[in-house]
Design a protein around this ligand. Structure first.
Ligand code: PLP
Length: 368
C-alpha cells in the first residue's frame, strides 16, 4: 500500500470537468485583478464565518500583516503569540518592527491561556492565538483577558476554517480573524490566497484600501499600502471549492473517529475533542516516543507523514539572529520532538486508515 499525506491531483481530477469551464469563463471575462468572483467570494465567506465583513487577500500571511497593522502594531510594540506555529505567525510581527512575546502551549498544542496575563506589558498591542490543526484555543478566557486589558485579539485561523469553540466560529471571536487558502488548507486555492473577517466596518474599509496600495480611488492615496489582492482566478476556484467545504470537514472528522477507535496503544497520545470544541482536522497530530523511528518505519510501510513543526520558532536561525538570549518553552520544545502528523485528508479510504493504525500499533508492540 502507498498512502500520500495529501493528494491534490486526486482533488483536481474529481472537479476537473466543471472547474475548467468556470476558469475558462473567468479568463474570457478579461477581469484578472479585481472582479465579480472576488466580491462573490467575500460575501460567501462573511456569511459562512458569521461575521459582517470579509476581505479576500493574496495569502494568510498578508491577512495577518494587515490585521496587525490595523490594530496599530508598530515599531517597538509587543504581540503575544506561540512559538509552535507556522513561521509566518511570527514573521509578520517582526516585519512590522514589533517583538513577538511567546507563551508556552498546553498538551493540546494550543496557547496556555493561563500564562497570557503575566506576559502583558504596556507595550502589548495584540494577542494572536493560533488555532493549531483546526482545534480552537480557549477563546472564552482569551476574550475576557482582551476585554480586561483592552488589547485586541487577532486570531490566526489559517488552519481552522469553520472550527468552533463553545458553538462560536473561528475568526468571529477576535477583532480580526485571518485565514489562508493555501493549497494545503481545508479550503484551498490553486496557489496562494487568504482572507480576513471582521465585524468592524472601520477595519473592513481600511483593509480594502490597504490591500490595494492604500488607494482611495484611482488617483488618491491617503496611506501607504500593500499589494495583497486576491486574484479573480483564485476566487473562481474558491467559489467552486467552497461548496464542498462542509463535506470535506465531515469526512475529516469521520477519519478522526476511525483513528480514535483503532489507535489503541497507550504510548500514542492525542488530545480528545472536548465538549465545547468542534475541530475540523486540518491536521491530525499524535505525540509519541521514538517519533523519528516511527516516521521511518511508516515510510517503509508506504505511509507518508509530516511534522507540524519540528523546530520551535525561538530555535530558528532567523529568530536567533534578532533575539539571541536563551528562551525556554518546555511544552512546545518537548512536543516538537514527539509530534507526528498522520494523513487525514478527505480522499483517504477506511482501509487505508486501518492500515496506518495497525502499523503504529504493531510498532509499539514491538518496542514495548
Ligand atoms: C498556512 C499558515 C499561515 C500562512 O498562510 P499562507 O496563506 O501560507 O500565507 C499562517 N499561520 C498558520 C498557522 C498557517 O498554518
Amino acid at each position: 500500500m502507498k498512502i500520500d499525506y495529501v493528494n491534490l491531483s486526486t482533488q483536481y481530477k474529481l472537479e476537473r470537468f466543471k472547474l475548467i469551464q468556470l476558469i475558462d469563463k473567468t479568463l474570457m471575462s478579461g477581469l484578472h485583478v479585481g472582479g465579480n468572483e472576488i466580491l462573490k467570494f467575500e460575501k460567501k465567506i462573511a456569511k459562512l464565518c458569521n461575521t459582517k465583513y470579509a476581505v479576500a487577500v493574496n495569502s494568510g500571511t498578508d491577512a495577518l500583516t494587515l490585521a496587525l497593522h490595523l490594530a496599530g502594531v508598530r515599531k517597538g510594540d509587543e504581540v503575544i503569540t506561540v512559538p509552535n506555529s507556522f513561521i509566518a505567525t511570527t514573521a509578520v510581527i517582526i516585519h512590522l518592527g514589533a517583538k513577538p512575546v511567546f507563551v508556552d502551549v498546553k498538551d493540546d498544542q494550543n496557547i496556555n491561556e493561563n500564562l497570557i496575563e503575566q506576559k502583558i506589558t504596556n507595550k502589548t498591542k495584540a494577542i494572536m492565538p493560533v488555532h493549531l490543526g483546526g482545534r480552537m484555543c480557549n477563546m472564552k478566557k482569551i476574550l475576557s483577558i482582551s476585554k480586561k486589558y483592552k488589547i485586541p485579539i487577532i486570531e490566526d485561523c489559517a488552519q481552522s476554517i469553520l472550527s468552533k469553540y463553545d458553538k462560536r466560529l473561528s475568526g468571529s471571536w477576535g477583532d480580526v480573524g485571518c485565514f489562508s487558502t493555501h493549497p494545503l488548507k481545508n479550503l484551498n486555492a490553486a496557489g496562494d490566497g487568504g482572507f480576513l473577517v471582521t465585524n468592524k466596518k472601520s477595519i473592513y474599509l481600511a483593509s480594502k484600501s490597504l490591500i490595494n496600495h492604500g488607494m482611495e480611488n484611482r488617483d488618491k492615496v491617503s496611506n501607504f499600502g500593500y499589494v495583497s489582492r486576491m486574484d479573480n482566478l483564485q476566487a473562481t476556484i474558491l467559489n467552486f471549492r467552497i461548496k464542498a467545504l462542509k463535506k470535506t470537514i465531515k469526512l475529516r472528522r469521520a477519519n478522526f473517529k476511525i483513528y480514535l477507535k483503532n489507535l489503541n496503544n497507550k504510548r500514542v497520545f492525542f488530545p480528545k475533542e472536548k465538549i465545547d470544541e468542534f475541530n475540523t482536522y486540518h491536521t491530525f497530530v499524535i505525540q509519541v516516543d521514538n517519533r523519528d523511528k516511527l516516521k521511518k518505519f511508516l515510510k517503509r510501510k508506504g505511509i507518508n507523514t509530516s511534522i507540524h513543526y519540528p523546530i520551535p520558532i525561538h530555535f530558528q536561525k532567523a529568530y536567533r539572529k534578532i533575539y539571541s538570549k536563551k528562551e525556554n518553552y518546555t511544552n512546545a520544545e518537548n512536543q516538537a520532538k514527539r509530534i507526528l502528523t498522520l494523513p487525514i485528508n478527505q480522499f483517504l479510504k477506511k482501509k487505508e486508515i486501518l492500515y496506518i493504525c495497525k502499523a503504529i500499533n504493531n510498532f509499539y508492540k514491538k518496542h514495548d
